[in-house]
Design a protein around this ligand. Structure first.
Ligand code: SAM
Length: 99
């Protein structure tokens, strides 16, 4: 069952507020590198040729590490436009190659 429009609105408001208040490295779940995700990526048999989408990626550095591994088709999806702007800013020129 999907979320109702009201639930989606309040979920978005919640996450926008979180990312307005804190820098990406100030949130409680922050890790400089998502090592477990990268290990699972390798264990799943993914490679530089894989297409990867990070759902709920926020401002995490998973995208940076995937790009560093040579993965060319990376997409970050997030309900928070604040988080996506922060990620774009952090990535700088590399953001141009991320969907
Ligand atoms: C706990 S944070 C984790 C962020 C990132 N994966 C990390 O490890 O740093 C959860 C993320 O999921 C996003 N999110 C929550 N609900 C979502 C939804 N329905 N669709 C897309 N993104 C969502 C939030 O905006 C937030 O960036």
């Amino acid at each position: 069952m999907g979320q109702s429009a009201d639930q989606s609105k309040s979920t978005k408001a919640h996450w926008e507020a979180v990312f307005r208040k804190k820098q990406g490295n100030e949130v409680s779940w922050y890790q400089p590198h998502l090592r477990l995700s990268m290990r699972l990526f390798a264990r799943a048999g993914a490679s530089a040729k894989s297409r990867v989408i990070d759902i709920g990626g926020g401002d995490s550095t998973l995208v940076d590490d995937l790009l560093a591994k040579g993965v060319q088709e990376v997409t970050v999806l997030d309900i928070s436009s604040e988080a996506l702007s922060m990620a774009r800013k952090r990535l700088g020129a590399s953001a141009g190659s991320v969907g």
